[in-house]
Design a protein around this ligand. Structure first.
Ligand code: ADP
Ligand code: MG
Length: 229
């Protein structure tokens, strides 16, 4: 996707909808790859789990999202319902974890109609802390947190625009995903393999990197969402 001359400087509910829709596209496109990664160190269902969940999110948006003039018109209402939808549709370990992420991020945004870089980073960090708490996990254990944590650090350190911040986050998420290959899993299904989990990328870190990629693309696309202006 080409860089728009006018990337977003803040996210409202409509922009969050575009992020989630782009996330659903990327997860669907990469579902077989995510499942193959899970096949190496887990039970080969992560891509299907995530695809099912994000497709349920798209149905939710179609029915009740901001673009449809529905009731999910604030960031908090939207992300809360997304979290509940993921909890009830993704399954596995990752469903409750991603669901908790969105529920906590929603709570952090409170009554705000828009979030620029700092409040967005704070909301995403609150979400990540929810994952760590629910999963009793921390970075370095070869999980999705190994994409979330470096992405948030990079986003928080980026000083310029929202676009620069989320692009730095997306790049760091991808690097974090790749770095899981050298780690031994101590949480989740992959931990049953012990040392044999080394040499494989964690599927949850890979799906997290896709969510960050979708976020960066959404911000870069600007207010038109990439449609001709
Ligand atoms: P399951 O392992 O139940 O089959 P999935 O395959 O959908 O669930 O998701 C697996 C991913 O969930 C892992 O790759 C990892 O990133 C993430 N995960 C599992 N357990 C934890 C945990 N305790 N903390 C953080 N992430 C976790
Ligand atoms: Mg699995």
């Amino acid at each position: 996707m080409s860089m728009n001359a006018n990337p977003l400087s803040t996210l409202d509910a409509a922009a969050l909808e575009r992020w989630l829709r782009r996330s659903a596209q990327l997860i669907t496109e990469h579902a077989a790859e995510l499942t193959a990664l899970d096949g190496e160190i887990g039970d080969a269902d992560h891509g299907q789990n995530m695809k099912r969940g994000l497709q349920a999110v798209v149905e939710l948006l179609d029915a009740d999202g901001p673009a449809a003039g529905g009731s999910l018109s604030t960031p908090e209402a939207l992300l809360k319902k997304v979290g509940m939808t993921l909890v009830s549709t993704v399954g596995g370990a990752s469903g409750p974890l991603y669901g908790t992420f969105f529920l906590r991020a929603a709570g952090a945004l409170k009554d705000a109609d828009t979030a620029d870089a700092a409040p967005l980073a704070a909301a995403l960090r609150a979400g990540m802390e929810g994952i760590a708490q629910r999963g009793k996990s921390s970075p370095g254990e070869k999980t999705m947190l190994d994409a979330w944590a470096p992405a948030l650090e990079a986003m928080e350190q980026a000083e310029n625009s929202l676009a620069a911040a989320v692009r730095a986050g997306a790049d760091a998420a991808a690097a974090g995903r790749d770095a899981t290959a050298d780690m031994v899993a101590t949480k989740g299904r992959a931990s049953y393999l012990g040392e044999r989990s080394r040499g494989h990328i964690d599927p949850g870190a890979a799906s997290t990197a896709l969510l960050w990629q979708a976020l960066a693309e959404t911000v870069e696309a600007g207010a038109t969402g990439g449609d001709a202006a």
